[in-house]
Structures are given as C-alpha cells and as structure tokens.
Design a protein around this ligand. Structure first.
Ligand code: CA
Length: 227
C-alpha cells in the first residue's frame, strides 16, 4: 500500500514516514499543499494523510481539488487543536476520517487500516486473498493450502498491487511508481526480476494463481481452475 503524507512539520512528517515504513507501507512526503495536490492527482496512492494548515494551499482546498477530480483515495485529515471548524469542513469536503494531533502510533495505524478496509481492498487488517493464495502483508507470508513461503518486502508489495488491480493490466510503469517511487532509477528489468521471483514462489506453493504477461503492456493475475 502506498501512502502520501502531506505535512509541513518536517519532524512529524519524518516520524510518520518512519512508522509507516516500519509497518511495510510505501511512503512519499509532500511538505506543502501544492506539491501534495500534484502528488495526489497522480492517483497512485492508496491513502493520503493530509495536514490542514499548510504552506501554499491549505489541506481543505487540497482535498476539495482532489475530490473535484474524482480521485477517491481515502483521506485522513491530521488536525491540530482548535481546528474543530476545519475538521467539520474537512469531513464535508470529502475526508474519510480525521486524527487530532498529537496521536498515538497504534491509533494512526488502526485508522489507516479502517480507511483501507472501507475501500474494500483488503480482506482483514493484513490479509489479502486471491484464488487459492493468501498474502499476509504484515508478516510477508504467502500461503496456499498447507504450504507457506516468506516473501521479501518488494515481492509482497508487488503481489499486493496485482491483487488489488485484479484483472486490470498492471503496467511496469505503475509497478515502478508504486514500489520505488516517481524519481527512482528503477527500470523495467527490476520489475521483471521481481515478477520472476514471485512466479517461482507461486510455483513452489503449487498455487493455481499465475502471473500472465501481456506483451508490451504489463501483467495480470489469473486464478486458474478456480471455482
Ligand atoms: Ca501544518
């Protein structure tokens, strides 16, 4: 899951990002409203943590803009004390939840899980199912029947992305943006390497799930012989 943090308090943004990365989320940070909006409009995020008081453009305006572009990424507003009016405005403007600062790590993680569940993308807090496989994105364990194998983080993120996109074709560009970020040096063959790792692990599990290559376009996931 890829999360965008829009927060101008550098220490808070960094601390949040560390917590989220430790919990296996991929994280980008924007330190002002306009950069946050630009990033959000890319549509690659699964969740946005959005501060209200921001340089260049305030969080509520960012949120309104995102929603006016029909981007339905769940947004959790980070509100400071005394911003109750903003909080109400925020929820009216299409925020999914708000979290008053300061907040406890556990509460933040719970709100994130709840917001993603509302999007219907995740079966439980940390488990995703597709065909005969079950992926635990916290322990990185991939299970099929009684067999189990441990994935590395990038493999888990890649499989999670393929599962969330279901039958839509996932291009290598999307994989690079989601797993490595916009400004990375990752190339198509990095993606091919992880796809081949995943295929080997699926084969090891004797899973009926296969990763199909759509030549020149990308990949799709398919559950064969699955009722
Ligand atoms: Ca702020």
């Amino acid at each position: 899951m890829r999360i965008l943090i829009v927060e101008d308090e550098i220490h808070l943004a960094e601390a949040l990002s560390q917590i989220l990365r430790k919990n296996n989320y991929t994280v980008d940070i924007a330190y002002d409203g306009t950069t946050g909006l630009d990033n959000a409009l890319s549509g690659i995020y699964d969740l946005i943590l959005l501060d209200i008081m921001l340089p260049n453009m305030d969080g509520i305006s960012v949120l309104k803009h995102i929603r006016s572009e029909n981007i339905l990424t769940p947004v959790i507003l980070l509100t400071a004390k005394g911003e109750i009016a903003d909080k109400v405005k925020g929820l009216d403007s299409g925020a999914d939840d708000y979290l008053p600062k300061p907040f406890a790590t556990e509460e933040l993680l719970a709100r994130i899980r709840a917001a993603s569940r509302r999007m219907g993308e995740i079966v439980s807090d940390t488990t995703m199912k597709y065909g005969d496989i079950e992926l635990n994105t916290a322990t990185l364990k991939l299970t099929c029947g009684s067999k189990e194998i441990k994935l590395i983080l990038k493999e888990s993120q890649l499989l999670e992305l393929l599962i969330m996109r279901k039958t839509s074709v996932t291009s290598k560009e999307i994989v690079i943006e989601k797993l490595w970020g916009f400004d990375s040096d990752a190339e198509h063959n990095n993606v091919e390497v992880y796809i081949s790792f995943l295929r080997k692990k699926l084969a090891f599990l004797n899973s009926s799930v296969v990763i199909n290559t759509v030549r020149g376009v990308g990949y799709t996931l398919e559950a064969r012989n699955n009722v």
